[in-house]
Design a protein around this ligand. Sequence first.
Ligand code: AMP
Ligand code: ZN
Length: 493
Amino acid sequence: MKPFHIFNSLTRAVEPFMPLDTSPTPTATFYSCGPTVYLPQHLGNMRAYVFVDTLRRALEFNGYTVRHVMNITDVGHMTSDEDAGEDKIEKTARAEGKSPLEVANFYIAQFKRDCAALNIALPIDAVPDAVAHPPQSALCRATDNIPAMIGVIEQIAAHGYAYTTPSGVYFDVEKWRGPSGMGRLSRQSLSEQHAGQRLEHSADKRSPHDFALWVLNQPHHMMQWDFPGIGRGYPGWHIECSAMSMRYLGETIDIHSGGLDHIPVHHENEIAQSESATGHQFVRYFVHNAFLTGMAGAKISKSAGRFPVLDDLVEEKIHPLAFRLLCLGAKYRSELAFSIDAVRAAEKNLNYLNEFVRCLQPRVIANAHDAAWAGAYEERFHEAMNNDLNTPQALAVALELVAAAYRQNDHRIWHTLRIFDMVLGLDLEGRIKEIAKGVFPPRINRLMTEREKARAAKDFKRSDELRAEIELSGYEVKDTKAGMVVMPKRVAP
Ligand code: AMP
Ligand code: ZN
């Protein structure tokens, strides 16, 4: 295995990635802070998910099996990250005359749609309220994990780091002096971490820096659950990530991601909660993406009013994957300025790659061997990806490979390009599918369309019959994540 290097915010250094699992076929555990579902996800949020998806793909490219969990925040995230204000989901619910569940379901569906358009593979939906289960990948909702959160709060309290008052259960920040301390990640004192934020200092909190694990006595709050022995209420925002990470991945995980904005409060608090509950290190590698900024350099945020979303690009007739390519064109730790012109420029590179693939001869696609000279590009691509996810360089290698194929009039690079695309996620395979449709006789096209319908209807018996019929006509049928790919049967190289 080639060593994969990534910047660890805990040590502020690029480090070789070494997962906890040291077996010859290792699994890497990866938790990503996911969306708060009260408004559409803006393109800044989508940058964070493109980063998550690229990191997962890069780990898989390096031979790791990735167990990936992403949470969906559908309760407890207040309009201020400091427990103050109104629950974001409930604010939208009140404004739109809907239930919090309706609001969450609506924006979750939109989030999934946007991820699909950007070729971001999300983990599978967790089964709500499933009892004990082995560690697994999951897209999981906070409201489905309240018992797990209560369990972690009880562990924290049992170790003496939580106290209960009439307004809630709080984490005792001043008392916590665990292995990571408070501020290890942000390298800031408590007052620096909270600088510029209006701290809610309710009379019964021991310190203004203490944060809520469970909120009590808020009768206007719509979503409430019983915490046996404590009272009816709802969780603070941070506890969900500690609880879901532990529930689905275990007490210590390899990688935890989020945007840079999560460092000073959310992730500091997650570390304190998790490590005070278990006594073990919570995360081995914390990774953070930099912001997508507006033209004036300001972070794009939901609270700042009008923010760009994927639908804006569709309206401008820009392919969504051009945004993915824009993200890949910058290092994930560098700020990236958003503008329609910048996405249009990225779309030119997308079109360049698509055009090349569209013009490939079926004979070249079917040929199992690429030109020998393509091997050097694969080496360079791998090196770039393993160097702290240097996607701009990896993308440049992909573009250079295509340019070299044109220059030498030797197009035998499809398999190399396909490997690159498994990491870049630009769906070049989809173009192959389109040309396949175009070059096949009408009878095969008809059988393909019928089989796609059978697959969508989960009629696998019919789908298998159709596969056999297509294969009998001299074609190879493959079912990929991007759908069915049909190619003329391989000829010997
Ligand atoms: P939220 O839905 O606000 O909880 O954010 C979801 C994810 O998007 C988090 O990982 C944030 O850190 C990240 N994020 C928010 N704004 C931006 C931005 N402008 N650029 C990049 N990432 C962002
Ligand atoms: Zn989180």
